[in-house]
Design a binder for this molecule. Structure first.
Ligand code: HEC
Length: 445
């Protein structure tokens, strides 16, 4: 099964010269930021729509490439080992030398991962296939991971009737809480691999969880904007922080400062003092678009956040409103579509999030389309294609691009990792091809 995975230090450089009191940004991803997390030593890791995990030191990233679709979640198992998962259904494990291995797969996208360190290291994965898997990694950090055919030991928790969006472990690793699109929060007995009870029936899908079992509360955020704190044993409500926004998309708790940060679909970050049970800040972090990713710095002084831009922003909590907002420039696919000619509109809305038209693929999910016409498929040198496209003898032309979106990539090139999409109208395909011919031409910028 899994080849032996030697753990070497991923940490080639220190956690960074950036003082936590400063405002800073992290640039380099080629797509929106889906998750951000902080290691026990304070190092930042990010998961992006561009299929990569970024491991940051001194403002630059080491890229962990291997996922074949957007990465939704990333966690540290130790300062040296990370796990990530995403739209390719795979849960991956990373260390510096191995480059990463697939630990296992779900049958739908994976939305969230959680870790618990006890006598053994447990990882939980929450998937839209309605199940949760618990992966028993054995002791960590170890000299070597895996090798044995049955490693890691996997237990599947089934019971939710719709996709599972988030999971958190109790401190003792014996209970797992899960939040689902089915509107429930459930508690699971980790040892028995079985559901203990249904803690909350919220009705609307629950997206996010944060737990402090020492202080006996579980916080959750839902698609209808519901933001509550409940007793983790009984589900009884302790506090309600619901503002009239929707949906809640991210949450992070900092034990040092007892602050809970909550990100929503309208670009606000709300900060709750969990001891006083009071909202202390409500900050409009971005003019447009969601806050998908949120994490406190190790000392709790900064909030790192990400969304529709390719950039991570980090604000000092104390001076949140004195700094810049995200989305300084509007992302091209959010531009007013009515003001654009049709071909350009097709490209910006349907392609630009994954492709550049200039030389260099810019860490986007797909290859650069520069000089596309007359080019053999699978030949942009800075891009890691699927084997299918590498071996293809398609030459890109009006006809072949038309075929690609008339039939859809999954039919035109079975096995490609380009996502399923069709452009149904011939005029839309023609306009798109006319636009591409101009902007991908050599000499065009
Ligand atoms: C969600 C991301 C995504 C979107 C959106 C997307 N693509 Fe792609 N595209 C990819 C990926 C990934 C590949 C590489 C596939 C592979 O290696 O199998 C690709 C490959 C291609 C190729 C082949 C390039 C080559 O070098 O052989 C063309 C042409 C292409 N896309 C055009 C488009 C156009 C035009 C659109 C908009 C209508 C579009 N793509 C939208 C991800 C995307």
């Amino acid at each position: 099964m899994l080849r032996a995975l030697v753990i070497a230090s991923l940490m080639t450089v220190s956690a960074g010269a950036v003082s936590a009191q400063d405002f800073f940004t992290l640039k380099g991803h080629g797509g929106p930021i889906m998750d951000v997390t902080v290691s026990p030593t304070g190092q930042i890791a990010t998961a992006s729509f561009d299929n990569a995990v970024g491991l940051w030191a001194d403002g630059t990233a080491m890229w962990l490439d291997g996922h074949e679709a957007a990465v939704n979640t990333v966690v540290f198992l130790s300062p040296d080992v990370l796990a990530s998962a995403g739209d390719d259904f795979a849960v991956r494990l990373w260390s510096a030398d191995s480059g990463g291995v697939v630990m296992g797969t779900h049958t739908a996208k994976v939305m969230s991962l959680a870790v618990c360190q006890g006598t053994t290291t447990l990882v939980a994965s929450a998937s839209w296939d309605s199940t949760i898997s618990i992966w028993d990694m054995g002791p960590l950090p170890g000299a070597a991971l895996g090798g044995a055919g049955d490693w890691p030991k996997r237990t599947v928790l089934a019971g939710h009737t719709a996709g599972v969006n988030d999971v958190v472990f109790s401190q003792a690793c014996d209970t797992l809480y899960s939040a689902s699109t089915d509107g429930t929060i459930r508690a699971w007995d980790v040892g028995a691999g079985a559901e203990k009870h249904r803690l909350v029936e919220h009705g609307f899908g629950v997206n996010e969880l944060a737990l402090n079992d020492a202080e006996n509360w579980l916080a959750y955020g839902a698609v209808d904007g519901g933001t509550r704190m409940v007793n983790p044993q009984t589900g009884a409500e302790i506090a309600d922080f619901t503002l009239d926004r929707r949906p809640i998309l991210s949450m992070s708790y900092d034990p040092n400062t007892a602050q809970l940060a909550v990100g929503d679909g309208e670009g606000f970050i709300m900060v709750v003092d969990t001891k006083k049970r009071a909202i202390t800040r409500d900050f409009r972090a971005t003019q447009r678009g969601p806050i998908w990713a949120l994490a406190f710095s190790k000392d709790g002084q900064n909030i790192h956040a990400g969304g529709i831009e390719d950039i991570v922003y980090s604000w000092p909590v104390a001076t949140l409103t004195e700094h810049g907002q995200m989305a300084g420039q509007t992302r091209s696919f959010l531009e007013d579509p009515a003001s654009l000619p049709n071909g350009e509109r097709q490209f910006k809305r349907k392609c630009s999030i994954c492709h550049t038209v200039t030389p260099g693929s810019a860490r986007k999910a797909g290859p650069s389309l520069h000089q596309l016409f007359g080019r053999q498929a699978g030949t942009v040198p800075d891009y890691a294609y699927s084997d299918t496209l590498m071996g293809s003898d398609i030459i890109w032309s009006d006809d072949t691009i038309n075929g690609l979106f008339d039939e859809g990539p999954d039919h035109y090139i079975p096995g490609t990792k380009m996502p399923m999409q069709r452009i149904a109208k011939q005029t839309d395909r023609d306009d798109l091809i006319d636009y591409l011919r101009v902007v991908t031409a050599p000499g065009e910028k």
